[in-house]
Design a protein around this ligand. Sequence first.
Ligand code: 13P
Length: 248
Amino acid sequence: MRRKLAAGNWKMNGTRAALAEIGAMREAASGAAEVLICPPATLVAQAVGNDAGVVIGGQDCHANASGAHTGDISAEMLKDAGATYVILGHSERRQDHDEHDDLVRDKARAAWEAGLSVVLCVGESLAQRDAQNTLDIIGGQLAGSIPDGATGHNLVVAYEPIWAIGTGKVPTTDQIGEVHDFMRSRLERRFGAGVGRSVRLLYGGSVKPSNAAEIFAVSNVDGALVGGASLKASDFVPIIDALNDSAD
Ligand code: 13P
């Protein structure tokens, strides 16, 4: 059985005052679903040690273990700060920092070596969807970004259509289901049925309290990677609750 996962990506939002939001997630985080918050790197160490039962992750790491890379953060540093996960290959990093599959794969290897689990993001642009290339794009990103050696413990895949991120636009449940079923079959084909079935698949892109339950009912959706609606407990808690209800 795959444990459901409600993951929050705070992106470049939040100062120390925001840490109180994690504490306010305590009751929801005591349900069946695992709850993960990925705050900015400056808050990781302080967010760890919250007594809310919320696990903490980073939003990126460098592909190298250490060295002359001003401004970058290694996987080992995140691990040392108490993180257990790291988001890699987010479309904002692919776009803002020109990250391609090869680099994402090297980062994932570095994360695994440091003992972090990876939340690996894939997703098509609107032009790619309109050209009916969605599954080709997703298949290519999965093949190129995931190193050999994936397991249900060290890998979570998040499907985040770029056109749905921060826009309020959400794919239909059929569209989400099509991509998630496809990702499941690709993972099974590459890593074998046992591993392929154990990797959790998250949907991300404009998930809100109002649409969470119907998204969580889609086949092969094991949770969500939530941006804006993870910043406030008042938005994220109903999403966690919907996921806990879907796990019953
Ligand atoms: P929003 O939930 O704000 O659309 O962001 C999704 C996302 O990019 C999470 O990584």
